[in-house]
Every structure is written in C-alpha cells, then in structure tokens.
Write a protein that binds this ligand. Structure first.
Ligand code: CUA
Length: 184
C-alpha cells in the first residue's frame, strides 16, 4: 500500500491509538452531560437527532481530512516531486541502504551542491547521520524498517563526509559507518 511497509502502519496505529481512545471517551462524556440539558430545551428526540448528526459530521470530516492529506506525507513524496528544485541546479540523488552493520551507497562521490539522500533500513532501526569534513553533525534522520526517508542537504564544502548510525542497533552499532566525498 503506497510503498509503505507494515512496520510503518503498525507504528502509526500504535502512536494514534491512545489518542483515539481518549478522544472517544471525551466525546461520550460530553454527550452524556449535554443530553439532559439539550433534551430539556429541544425535546429528547430532537436532541438525540442532533447528537447523531454531530457525531457523523465530525466522523466524516475526520475521515475525509485524513484520507485527502495522505499524499502530503513527506516520506510518500516521489523523488521527482520535490518542491524548491530549480532546473538550473539539478539535485543529485544518493541512495543509501542501512543494515546491520553498515551502509550501501550507490555513489561515493558527489559534486558540491544540493544532494538528496534517499535512505531505507533493511532489518532494524538505524539512523542516517551525516558529518561534515570537520566532524560536525549536519543532519540526522531515524530509519525505520520499511520506511523511506529523505534528507536534502546543501553540501558546499569539498572533502570527506562521514555517515554514522546513532541508533543503537546491536553488537556492530559503533562500527556502523560509511564515507563519501564532495568534490568542488
Ligand atoms: Cu545501525 Cu546503530
């Protein structure tokens, strides 16, 4: 479904479930409290009708907003559809595969300029953390199995950049690194 792994869907459910439960409880509580008051003013039947209409309205709005906004989830954006990409400065794409314990990169040398890293984790949680030639962290992103992540960086300084994993991922975690060059 939409290039998404089951891990990502389970994570989404796991993260949203507690909020959905709380929201539903609050909604029920609000209806219970409101019933006697609105019932006295509108009559029991009319009040009930309004409750049902309101609940359905909120439910439909919730579903529509969520479904319509799916294409705007950043990690679902296809490579070509990156905003801010100007034709005069083409973005170089570097594909990174993270695994226990290393990285596979399809290009070990890029030209100074805008570089887009497209990364995936194969087995467990890793990270893609990029260090400048001076050892500063430029950017980091957590990689969840099955999810595709993107980092767009403007790498102007020529030199050797290091990629490291900053999520503990087992025995070989501390040795999980790779390098690439930026040439002027
Ligand atoms: Cu991969 Cu730590």
């Amino acid at each position: 479904m939409l290039g998404t792994g089951w891990g990502a869907i389970l994570l989404l459910l796991y993260l949203t479930a507690p909020f959905l439960v709380i929201f539903t409880l609050l909604l029920l509580l609000a209806f219970r409290r409101g019933r006697s008051l609105s019932g006295a003013v509108l009559g029991e039947k009319a009040a009930r009708g309004m409750e049902v209409a309101w609940l359905m309205g909120v439910g439909i709005a919730w579903a529509v907003i969520n479904l319509v906004s799916i294409p705007w989830i950043p990690w679902l954006q296809p490579l070509a559809a990156t905003p801010g990409q100007t034709p005069s400065e083409p973005v170089q794409a570097v594909n990174v595969e993270a695994f226990m314990w290393g990285y596979t990169i399809d290009t070990y040398e890029v030209k100074a300029g805008t570089v887009k890293f497209v990364a995936r984790a194969h087995d467990t949680i890793h990270s893609l953390t990029i260090y400048s030639p001076r050892g500063e962290i430029l950017a980091t992103v957590m990689l969840l199995p099955g999810m595709r992540e993107e980092l767009v960086l403007n790498l102007v300084e020529p030199g050797e950049y290091v990629i490291r994993c900053l999520e503990f991922c087992g025995d070989g975690h501390s040795a999980m690194l790779s390098k690439f060059k930026v040439v002027g």
